[in-house]
Design a protein around this ligand. Structure first.
Ligand code: TXA
Ligand code: MG
Length: 333
């Protein structure tokens, strides 16, 4: 399959590019498109064969359900069996935006989308390209991040092509995404809602709207408490092994360098310069850090380095989503 790439103006999406993408969706094809978080790999959520193609293109296990993207709260409610008060309040305040809610599903949603589960994850994205695709097609779009399963999420069209060139029909290239990290996934089927995946919407923002949120701790997770199925095990990983370090990473970097290895260092504040060492220092502001995180990991993951060392940001709630992704990226090495 040949993958077509079309440039698209993120602020004012060009009509022709949108029309091409919509016609691919209508015919059961796959398109990658920018959202305000990361690039998504979309198909018509009502077309079972098209949704199955998403799983094939990504190499995604069929037990890992997909997020359905819609453009209105009414469209979201048609996919749900129940719409709790907390859903109403959260969507009112945070949609369009990087919050995905999990609700009990209606019969309208094919089982392949939800991995045969009884709930469905839904969000209204705020990116103009994503919204235009939704409004022009009139379809709900099932879309995971546009990367091979367990790999790094894409924040640029080039990242999508690195993983999926030849496996999908179209990439809409709208440049770098603004958020850089995935949406927050929140189970609202009971109260207080439970955080399944930390993301760009913080627990504090959720608390301000609905009063309370359950944030599973690292200990609860290791005891196997319910999580979003896609959060099990290694995920969001570059090909190069990642080593996460709490506090000062200098001794670890020095140790690896003296063992003769080439090192990429995702630093936080402090730096050390040396041959065989590539350093990227990210901001100490969580929002700015999130924006640059995947692009930096993609950059260090070009194949020339033996290890990527990451200085973990502090273990505070502000950094929950960033630390979650970094720790998962380092699992299994
Ligand atoms: O920012 C985002 O959320 C991006 C953009 C494209 O919207 N999408 C994304 O999708 O990150 P994906 O598939 O890479 O991650 C979705 C996560 C997975 O961990 C999946 O297991 C979880 O949401 N999920 C989907 N449906 C679920 C459900 N019914 N119950 C619990 N978790 C669910
Ligand atoms: Mg993903």
């Amino acid at each position: 399959m040949k993958t077509t790439v079309l440039k698209i103006d993120s602020a004012k999406p060009d009509f022709n590019a949108i029309t091409t993408a919509v016609s691919i969706l209508q015919q059961g094809g796959l398109i990658a498109f920018p959202t305000e978080t990361v690039y998504g790999l979309g198909a018509n959520a009502f077309d079972e064969a098209a949704v199955r193609r998403i799983f094939e293109a990504k190499g995604r296990p069929p037990r890992n359900p997909l997020i359905v993207h819609v453009s209105t709260v009414d469209a979201a409610r048609q996919l749900a069996d129940e719409w709790p008060d907390s859903a109403m309040q959260l969507c009112d305040q945070l949609w369009p935006g990087p919050l995905t809610i999990v609700v009990t599903k209606s019969d309208a949603v094919p089982d392949v989308v939800t991995a045969r589960g009884s709930t469905v994850a839904i969000r209204i994205p705020s990116h103009p390209v994503a919204l235009k695709l939704l409004t022009e097609s009139g379809l709900p779009i099932a879309a995971p991040s546009a990367n091979r399963s367990s790999g790094l999420s894409p924040t640029q069209a080039e990242h999508v092509l690195r993983d999926l060139d030849g496996r999908i029909d179209l990439v809409l290239d709208g440049g770098q995404t603004s958020g850089g990290l995935e949406s927050t996934v929140l189970d609202v089927t009971s109260y207080p809602p439970r955080l399944l995946r930390p993301g760009l919407v913080s627990p504090e923002q959720i608390r301000e709207i609905v009063g309370s949120v359950i944030v599973p701790s690292a200990e609860m997770e290791s005891e196997g408490t319910l999580r979003s199925p896609g959060m099990l095990g290694k995920h969001y990983s570059p090909r190069t092994p990642v080593i996460c370090v709490e506090g000062d990473a200098t001794p670890e970097v020095v140790r690896l360098l003296s063992a003769g290895l080439s090192i990429g260092w995702l630093a936080f504040g402090k730096e050390l310069a040396c041959d065989r060492l590539e350093i990227i220092t990210l901001s100490d502001d969580p929002r700015e850090y999130s924006q640059g995180l995947y692009a930096s990991l993609h950059e260090l993951d070009g194949g020339r380095l033996d290890r990527i060392v990451v200085s973990l940001p502090p273990a505070t709630e502000d950094w929950l989503a960033v630390r979650d992704r970094l720790q998962r990226a380092s699992l299994g090495y």
